[in-house]
Design a protein around this ligand. Structure first.
Ligand code: NDP
Ligand code: GFR
Length: 293
């Protein structure tokens, strides 16, 4: 059977470039959307040209020109969006609504994969602000897809290793810590770590598979279901270095997420000190912080 022609939207992005690579590797005629607002982003241009050298074709279209999107989409069978999600300020994900409209009008698309590749947004109804914005936007895109009867596959890729395994799941860094590691809770909650190239490989495998039509596909390979402790142990064995586990994060969760210090009234059977002793001129934090200037 002829391999589906694949258009990747967001094809120079972090996961997008890996999806383009996997599409080419699996023998699909592969196309990338080339947006006009490239400007002076020379790295992006060179990545586009490099993919062209590897046999991909560039389709010029703009999100502000509906017909250009329809014309590009008419040239392919499958559309995969890898639009950025984390910059929820710019609402890139909602730009996908224009893509959905163009796919609907083109009428030829056999499968559309919207930009998800993480936690399943359908299972994140309880997500906290401000991060919940990206899940809400992903659900708006799903609604538009399903209302337009566009055949879809949703990919829930769990944790990209680059953001969650390389750093032993430490925030604000992309490298393993050298001596101490912050544990989340007791560190025994099971998560799933995925190498981004595998995310791309699995993504391309789903596009022509009838078993994944109008389905969510979870990437949860058995050996990558690991707790943070298990991941740390793997690193300690590989590096021959023991890390000192810091367990304070649980406290931060109770204090800053649950609000355990202030989520109750001080009742009749207790007292509040500054009410009892108003004569004490307690230090406010703007005073306290001055010494650090
Ligand atoms: P990137 O930040 O790499 O951006 C991807 C692409 O989005 C860009 O290359 C660009 O496409 C496109 N884009 C950005 N701004 C605009 C715009 N204004 N108009 C049109 N296109 C735009 O995205 P990621 O790869 O980091 O994220 C992709 C998906 O993966 C998201 O849904 C995100 O939530 C998810 N993710 C999941 C992670 C996990 O751990 N599971 C980790 C990181 C991301 P172009 O190439 O055309 O310029
Ligand atoms: C696991 O599922 C997801 C993960 C998802 O559905 C959407 C986004 C993510 C990533 C984000 C990718 O940009 O989770 C966190 C965020 C990456 C990030 C890593 C943000 C702040 C950090 O300090 C950080 O440290 C590695």
């Amino acid at each position: 059977m002829e391999k589906s022609k694949v258009l990747v939207v967001g094809g120079t992005g972090y996961i997008g470039r890996r999806i383009v690579k996997a599409s080419l590797a699996q023998g699909h005629p592969t196309f990338l959307l080339q947006r006009p607002d490239l400007g002076l982003d020379i790295d992006k241009l060179h990545m586009l040209l490099s993919f062209k050298n590897q046999g991909a074709r560039l389709l010029q279209a703009s999100f502000s020109d509906h017909q250009s999107l329809v014309d590009a989409i008419k040239k392919v069978d499958v559309v995969i969006s890898a639009m950025s999600g984390v910059h929820f300020r710019s609402h890139n994900l909602l730009l996908q609504l224009k893509l959905v409209q163009a796919i609907k009008d083109a009428g030829n698309v056999k499968r559309f994969l919207p930009s998800e590749f993480g936690m399943d947004p359908a299972r994140m109804g309880h997500a906290l602000e401000p991060g919940r914005v990206s899940f809400d936007e992903k659900m708006k895109v799903r609604k538009a897809i399903e209302e337009a009867n566009i055949p879809f596959t949703y990919i829930s890729a769990n944790c990209f290793a680059g953001y969650f395994a390389a750093n032993l799941s430490q925030m604000g860094t992309l490298l393993p810590p050298k001596d101490k590691v912050l544990l989340y809770g007791d560190g025994n909650v099971k998560v799933v770590y995925m190498d981004e190239d595998d995310v791309a490989t699995y993504t391309i495998k789903t596009i022509d598979d009838p078993r994944t039509l109008n389905k969510t596909v979870y990437l949860r390979p058995q050996e990558n279901i690991l707790s943070q402790r298990e991941l740390i142990e793997k690193w300690e064995k590989l590096s021959g270095k023991q890390l000192q586990n810091q367990v304070g994060v649980g406290h931060f969760y109770h204090i800053f997420y649950e609000g355990c210090l202030t989520n109750f009234e001080i009742g009749e059977d207790a007292e509040e000190a500054s009410q009892l002793y108003p004569e004490v001129n307690y230090k406010r934090m703007d005073q306290y912080l001055q010494i650090f200037l």
